[in-house]
Write a protein that binds this ligand. Structure first.
Ligand code: AMP
Length: 283
């Protein structure tokens, strides 16, 4: 029978719980999430179980990574369902801090990431975003002190930002990226997919289709700029407003001119009605 994970909401019991887990299981993996869990998150949990003796999942909708005009208030929250699913997966610990446990009164310290956080992709449209992510992830690492932290490639720029931050600050954690889980029609699983109307849900897989076609054409030697111009047009034609569709160096996220500058990662963000979707694919 599934054993309910220990749920902790403040730092002091968290530290005790982690110490107990480490004593018993040697190593601890952390999967940071904002809840509303789906198979993408579960794939990270399964991977975490392979990498460490004990698995902790954090669930925290981080106000610092949302701008005032964004969806912090309406972001889906299904805590009881999340706990039930994580129980079945054998998770040991759920770190679900209250907002005051994470940001006590007077909180005024932040991490300012550079490098991949200033690549001109997500940061160009959500300037507050990576500062909020880096600050909360640094805190999660210091609170849980995991040996390994598992992130999805779905949020590719975020994965690079967190990897860089851990390296730059000598945080003693190995950051691991896992592949994107998709619906059968290619749409990347996302907690925000629930915002899509029935019609939008039919259109949404266009993003992945364009990424796949573009990757194949670039691989076959076609010029990147022309391929991506076609891709942008196809996405707009389907009814999206494109924030960006770009090919970047897969590690640095710097601009590339040709496949010879590669390895190349294609990254896209586009809005369909009120839903903003992001996705990416290696060439
Ligand atoms: P979120 O709850 O959306 O902040 O995501 C928590 C973690 O799950 C992040 O590391 C995401 O990259 C990862 N994730 C989200 N969607 C997927 C997906 N479809 N496949 C794999 N990982 C994902």
């Amino acid at each position: 029978m599934a054993r309910k994970p220990l749920i902790v909401r403040t730092v002091s019991p968290l530290r005790k719980a982690v110490a107990t887990l480490r004593k018993k299981h040697d190593s601890v993996a952390l999967v940071p999430t904002m809840g509303a869990l789906h198979d993408g998150h579960f794939s990270l949990v399964r991977h975490a179980r392979k990498r460490a003796g004990a698995v902790a999942v954090s669930i925290f909708v981080n106000p610092k990574q949302f701008a005032p005009n964004e969806d912090f208030g309406s972001y889906p929250r299904n805590f009881e369902q999340d706990v039930a699913a994580l129980s079945k997966l054998g998770v040991d610990l759920i770190w679900a801090p209250t907002e005051t446990a994470m940001y006590p009164g007077g909180f005024c310290t932040a991490i300012t990431p550079g490098g991949p956080a200033l690549a001109g992709l997500e940061d160009a449209f959500r300037p507050h975003f990576f500062g909020g992510v880096a600050t909360v992830v640094a805190k999660l690492f210091l609170q849980v002190t995991p040996d390994v932290a598992i992130f999805g490639q779905k949020d590719y720029q975020q994965l690079k930002v967190v990897t860089r931050m851990a390296r730059d600050l000598d945080l003693p954690v190995k950051v691991v990226g896992c592949p994107t889980m998709r619906e059968k029609d290619g749409l990347a699983l996302s907690s925000r997919n629930v915002y899509l109307s029935v019609e939008e849900r039919v259109t949404a897989p266009v993003l992945y289709r364009v990424l796949k076609e573009s990757a194949a054409r670039i691989k076959a030697g076609e010029p990147i700029a022309a391929v991506l111009a076609d891709g942008r047009a196809a996405i707009e034609k389907a009814g999206f407003k494109v924030d960006y569709l770009e090919g970047r160096h897969a590690e640095t996220l710097e601009a590339v001119v040709s496949a010879a500058d590669g390895p190349i990662r294609l990254l896209v963000a586009a809005r369909l009605g009120r839903t903003r979707l992001i996705d990416n694919l290696g060439v």
